[in-house]
Design a protein around this ligand. Structure first.
Ligand code: CU
Length: 68
């Protein structure tokens, strides 16, 4: 499965790393690509192991907002 999340508040490489790292720490996440300029985050995942809600929580825990 693949999903694109729209994340608000990422401004630099540190933000990118924080979001990418938080997602990669989730069981079932296989790949993360962060597009800093557009705020898009592409995630490849196993939907038997992890949900969009899990990803949203992980990102929000880092201090960023998931807008879609
Ligand atoms: Cu930053």
């Amino acid at each position: 499965m693949e999903i694109t999340l729209h994340v608000k508040g990422m401004t630099c490489g540190h933000c990118e790393k924080a979001v990418k790292g938080a997602l990669e720490d989730l069981e079932g996440v296989k790949g993360v690509e962060v597009h800093l300029n557009s705020g898009r985050v592409d995630v490849a995942y196993d939907d038997a192991q992890v949900t969009k809600e899990n990803m949203t929580e992980a990102i929000e825990d880092q201090g960023y907002d998931v807008v879609a």
